[in-house]
Design a protein. Structure first.
Length: 267
């Protein structure tokens, strides 16, 4: 069974454990993430997560059989620094990922110490709350080269036929935390419309070509002054390049004003 790929939003900080403190309606995102297992239709052998919160000079893979927790957020209630998501790692799957990348001339290295960051354990807690699906993280490259990340996805495409669910975690439609509320409305709406058209109405080379030149899209640099939360999407697209895209999650008034879409599913 060939699995789909996803590009999801992971939300702000440890939101599932701090909803009352944050004053944000997380229900639309929670519903979208919780629906993913039923959409996939089978329990994956493992999940390969590409998180916006792990940047390295060259691609790296998490290889611990039991990765620790990495609380890479600040200013949240004390109990959110005791959260546990004890999913097993999958060194065997990491080895498959390495082999697939190296077969395409893409260098990678192992990281036996890396823990689950909040771009991984937060959405996984909602998607698979029992932490019973093996989980591996792949870093993004800190040069944010779109072509390099699309190539990684292409190299990983065969893993979809081997029970591995590829999930890109960030917020691909808008991530400028310095402009929220009313200041974000125009830019977020314009870039979100372009991204949804690209992901849903195009496929194959046409979609990839648009994404490779994403920074020419309307309000692109206003939506993503740093593209860390956008770039993981390129991996999900490369791994399902010819598949139809579907938008799973959309809000017109997220976080007090911006338009946000994610939960793009391919396949």
């Amino acid at each position: 069974m060939r699995l789909p790929t996803y590009a999801i939003a992971h939300g702000g900080g440890p939101w599932p454990w701090a909803k009352d403190a944050m004053g944000v309606d997380w229900q639309p995102l929670e519903d979208a993430l919780a629906a993913i297992p039923a959409e996939v239709g089978t329990t994956p052998r493992a999940i390969l997560m590409i998180s916006a919160h792990w940047e390295t000079p060259a691609f790296r893979l998490q290889t611990s059989p039991q990765p620790p927790m990495l609380y890479d957020y600040w200013g949240f209630p004390e109990h959110t620094y005791d959260v546990q998501y004890p999913a097993p790692g999958a060194p065997d799957v990491a080895a498959e990922v390495t082999a697939a990348l190296e077969a395409h001339g893409i260098a990678t290295s192992d990281d036996p110490d890396r823990g689950f960051d909040h771009g991984t354990f937060v959405p996984m807690h909602v998607m698979y709350p029992h932490a019973d699906v093996p989980l591996v993280q792949l870093s993004i490259r800190q040069d944010y080269d779109p072509a390099a990340h699309l190539a990684v996805g292409r190299a990983l495409a065969p893993l979809r036929d081997r029970g591995i669910l590829i999930v890109a975690s960030g917020l691909p439609s808008y991530h400028d935390l310095s402009h929220m509320g009313p200041a974000s409305q125009t830019a977020s709406r314009e870039f979100d419309a372009w991204l949804t058209e690209t992901m849903v109405q195009h496929s194959g080379e046409a979609r990839s070509s648009r994404l490779l030149e994403w920074d020419r899209a309307p309000s692109a640099r206003q939506a993503h002054p740093r593209e860390d939360h956008f770039i993981p999407l390129l991996v999900a697209v490369g791994a399902a390049e010819d598949d139809a895209g579907h938008r799973q999650y959309h809000e017109d008034d997220s976080m007090g004003g911006w338009t946000a879409s994610s939960g793009y599913r391919l396949g």
